[in-house]
Design a protein around this ligand. Structure first.
Ligand SMILES: NC(=O)C1=CN([C@@H]2O[C@H](COP(=O)(O)OP(=O)(O)OC[C@H]3O[C@@H](n4cnc5c(N)ncnc54)[C@H](O)[C@@H]3O)[C@@H](O)[C@H]2O)C=CC1
Ligand SMILES: O=C(O)[C@H]1O[C@H](OP(=O)(O)OP(=O)(O)OC[C@H]2O[C@@H](n3ccc(=O)[nH]c3=O)[C@H](O)[C@@H]2O)[C@H](O)[C@@H](O)[C@@H]1O
Length: 463
């Protein structure tokens, strides 16, 4: 058995590294068109930051784990080909802003069809609209060179920041397919380290749809608690207390009830919009509207937070310095895709605030690129005004102390653990007075900070 994976991103890289680590008998070849990304996978400086990933890669790389740009060669040699390319929201044409852009999936299928000989198992690892396998199968079956294919759906449930733990000890592995032999072949790979009773098998369509549904349910919980956070702020209830009170009900459970400035990441919004688009396609308007509300609530939460900052700072942040702590969409990742921080920063910039941004893992060029994209229209055009604001009003610094010096306010946008350990007396002394903290993650010790002298504003807490 030889494995190839097309796409060396946040999913392809860690997932294949784990398979290679746990299955020393299986050669795993990860390929990507992006030479810089492949070079990074082959270096000591991996392209993604994930706790524990360096060790996993080091153990397997050079033994049975290879990274390269030789897509054709890797496909030709493999018995099992994972497709793990990006499936972003379409930004053009029919379904723009909602449907998944399946261009990269289709290109992979065509490439596989062109290069393959003999029999191959093709595994959808990317998150896809239900019934994509139908299109993949049709493309593969027109290969014309006598090759035969089975298509499986094997969606990935890892979360960034905990990818290694999630891959090592997943709640479940899901495999959808038609051919018992192909399903068994993939089960055998995972069974190297995962109990068989945690490997679920379904039909293809259930598997594809379960992935979208899981993300929709998770995002819905975040939007639900965030909706309640607004009511808490208006009434004097405390959202963390409410979350604890409802989370102890075993039917509700305690996870994914942390109120925040809104969910980010490359997938929740994309996958819900994809679900919405699918529902509309099948004429299920009410169902589409129900799920779309999760995204609408999330946008509202981000906007509410930046508005609260402006209102609290005497209705103007123009020329005020605001220290932004954290830019990644959650802690323990360098990923900024759809991070709520982008939109909060954009809104504050448009109010002419001066932002000093610090994130332990996100480089300056990613911060500037994300802000530029968020200020641009779908064609990538940005106004001169926004461009100037990003150039002149954004400074990226190397720690929280530097970010907060002379600042009027601190906005905590990512829940990095290191933010809890700082010398808050020192920070307070160096700030403009009154010194405000807007804790968008309810991360800090609010009582302690109030004693130091800060004026604290937190999510779902009334002052
Ligand atoms: N990021 C995450 O935590 C999770 C993502 N997913 C899903 O997994 C899929 C991949 O996501 P990410 O890894 O985050 O994306 P990514 O953007 O980090 O990586 C995708 C990679 O595929 C490469 N690629 C695209 N077309 C290619 C082609 N024709 N040949 C070779 N390489 C090609 C790109 O250059 C890129 O490096 C998406 O469908 C996503 O929804 C699922 C679970 C978790
Ligand atoms: O398909 C995917 O891409 C993945 O999406 C999520 O994983 P991820 O986006 O990496 O991270 P999460 O831990 O789910 O957090 C998503 C966002 O929700 C926010 N969040 C999460 C939980 C919570 O209680 N409150 C909250 O605001 C986080 O800060 C973050 O911005 C899912 O958890 C994974 O199972 C799934 O595989």
């Amino acid at each position: 058995m030889k494995i190839c994976c097309i796409g060396a991103g946040y999913v392809g890289g860690p997932t294949m590294a784990m398979i290679a680590k746990q299955c020393p008998d299986i050669p795993v070849h990860v390929v990507d068109l992006n030479q810089a990304r492949i070079d990074a996978w082959n270096s000591d400086n991996l392209p993604i930051y994930e706790p524990g990933l360096d060790e996993v890669v080091k153990e397997a790389r050079g033994r049975n784990l290879t990274f390269s740009t030789n897509v054709d060669e890797a496909i030709a040699e493999a018995d099992m080909i994972f497709i793990s390319v990006n499936t972003p929201t379409k930004t053009f044409g029919i379904g723009a802003g909602r449907a998944a852009n399946l261009e990269f999936i289709e290109k992979c299928a065509r490439q596989i069809a062109k290069v393959s000989k003999g029999h191959k198992i093709v595994v959808e690892k990317s998150t896809l609209p239900v019934r994509t396998a139908e299109a993949v199968k049709r493309i593969l079956s027109s290969s014309g060179n006598g090759a035969t294919f089975d298509v499986l759906s094997n969606p990935e449930f890892l979360a960034e920041g905990t990818a290694v733990e999630d891959l090592l000890d997943p709640d479940r592995v899901l495999i959808g397919g038609e051919s018992p032999e192909s399903i068994k072949a993939l089960c055998d790979v995972y069974a190297h380290w995962i109990d068989r009773d945690r490997i679920l098998t379904t039909n293809l369509w259930s598997s594809e749809l379960s992935k979208l549904t899981a993300n929709a349910f998770l995002a819905q919980r975040v939007s639900s608690i965030n909706a309640i956070s607004a009511l808490c702020e208006a009434t004097g209830a405390d959202v963390d207390e409410v979350a604890r009170a409802i989370g102890t009900d075993s039917r509700i459970g305690p996870k994914f009830l942390k109120a925040s400035i809104g969910f980010g990441g490359s997938c929740f919004q994309k996958d819900i919009l994809n679900l919405v688009y699918l529902c509309e396609h099948f004429g299920l308007r009410e169902v589409a509207a129900y799920w779309e509300q999760v995204v609408i609530m999330n946008d509202h939460q981000k906007q509410r937070f930046s508005e609260r900052i402006v209102k609290t700072l005497f209705n103007t942040v123009s020329d005020k310095k605001i220290a932004v702590w954290g830019f990644a969409f959650k802690k323990d990742t360098n990923d900024t895709r759809e991070s709520a921080a982008i939109y909060v920063c954009r809104d504050l910039l448009r109010e002419r605030a001066r932002l000093t941004i610090y994130d332990p893992q996100v480089p300056e060029k990613s911060i500037r690129a994300e802000l530029t994209a968020a200020c641009s229209d779908m064609q990538g055009q940005i106004s001169e005004n926004d461009k100037r604001l990003i150039e002149q009003n954004v400074t990226v610094v190397s720690d929280c102390y530097e970010a907060s010096k002379d600042a009027h306010a601190i906005a905590v946008l990512t829940e990095w653990d290191e933010f809890k350990e700082l010398d808050f007396d020192r920070i307070f002394q160096a700030m403009q007075q009154p010194a405000f903290v807007f804790d968008g993650r309810n991360l800090l010790d609010h009582q302690k900070l109030s004693k130091v002298g800060f004026e604290l504003h937190a999510i779902g807490k009334c002052r």
